[in-house]
Design a protein around this ligand. Structure first.
Ligand SMILES: NC(=O)c1ccc[n+]([C@@H]2O[C@H](COP(=O)([O-])OP(=O)(O)OC[C@H]3O[C@@H](n4cnc5c(N)ncnc54)[C@H](OP(=O)(O)O)[C@@H]3O)[C@@H](O)[C@H]2O)c1
Length: 271
């Protein structure tokens, strides 16, 4: 191995694995010669080779020889992938798992207790570079490891670092969150259609409003209530709309959505 050791190995190049390679290359975290991708699906590998020009292999253990190994397979198969890695992963290897619900403790158990593991929870907007990923460091993780992981996931959006016991909450908020927002956008467009707009116009108005409002909030670093008050004039249209949202308990419903999804993640995590 020695100097031929790849910088990043990615095991499982489906939706998330593919999005990560794309982001890593775009942000120049690594170049295509420094990446190796493994998958059991030959078609996936051919696709990755054509799109990104990086080395591919059907052998997970080959990708496991890299300095940083990202495991991006479904939680149901992560056990066999870790077994493939047991011999190739060194004490210096940084292992990052994005498998939902699988703890760093469970991975350590199969990989050895000296293993350096970070658990990551990205979300689907990572596919267009606008994701948000929570990172939870395992017991052996150093500051340098965490910086490496941040660099990788900042290539597909923003990152936060949380204690591992909060990963289920992250799953219930930003992991499931895109589905809540799609529902919100769909309903908002339906309102437009009900009042006479055509479907495409209504959907564009709704989606761009959500995008713009989110960007405004992040860029101004403001409290949502402050920005809401800016557009809520006395006796005006917005306060009339807001009253309907309060009557429909939109806020309580969203709070419950995060609560229920978190509980579900906790339950699934207990297996
Ligand atoms: N999508 C999300 O929003 C999201 C968000 C956060 C976390 N995650 C996590 O990310 C992980 C991947 O999700 P995804 O949506 O990217 O899944 P995906 O599109 O199904 O990709 C997984 C890839 O891994 C391959 N694979 C299966 N078993 C393998 C094995 N033993 N060795 C090597 N490769 C194997 C699959 O091949 P086959 O198709 O042939 O099985 C597939 O190409 C999951 O653990 C999920 O919990 C996803």
């Amino acid at each position: 191995m020695g100097k031929d050791r790849k910088k990043i190995g990615i095991i499982g190049v489906g939706k998330m694995g593919g999005a990560l390679i794309e982001g890593i290359l775009r942000a120049k975290v690594a170049n295509s010669r420094e990446i190796i991708a493994a998958d059991i699906d030959q078609k996936c590998l051919e696709d990755v080779k054509t799109r990104f020009g990086c080395e591919t292999t059907p052998k997970n253990r080959r990708a496991g020889e890299a300095e940083t190994v990202i495991i991006a397979v479904k939680p149901q198969v992560i056990g066999e992938v870790i077994d493939d890695l047991a011999e190739t992963v060194k004490p210096t290897t940084l292992v990052i798992s994005i498998a939902a619900g699988i703890t760093t403790g469970a991975i350590e158990k199969r990989l050895g207790k000296e293993a350096r593991i970070i658990r990551a929870m990205p979300n689907t907007p990572a596919m267009i570079g606008e994701g948000v990923t929570a990172l939870a460091p395992g017991r052996k993780i150093t500051e340098a490891d965490l910086i490496k992981a941040k660099n990788i996931f900042e290539a597909v959006g923003k990152t936060v670092v949380v204690k591992e016991e909060l990963m289920d909450v992250v799953t219930g908020l930003s992991g499931s969150g895109p589905a809540y927002v799609f529902t919100f956008i769909e309903a908002l467009s339906d309102g437009g259609v009900l009042m006479g707009l055509d479907r495409d116009t209504a959907r564009l108005l709704a989606a761009q409003t959500v995008l713009g409002a989110a960007k405004l909030l992040l860029e101004k670093n403001a409290h949502p209530a402050e920005l809401r008050d800016m557009v809520t004039s006395p006796g005006g249209t917005t306060i009339a709309g807001l009253k309907a949202l309060e009557e429909g308990k939109l806020r309580a419903t969203l709070i419950s959505a995060v609560e229920q999804a978190t509980r579900r993640a906790q339950l699934l995590g207990r297996g």
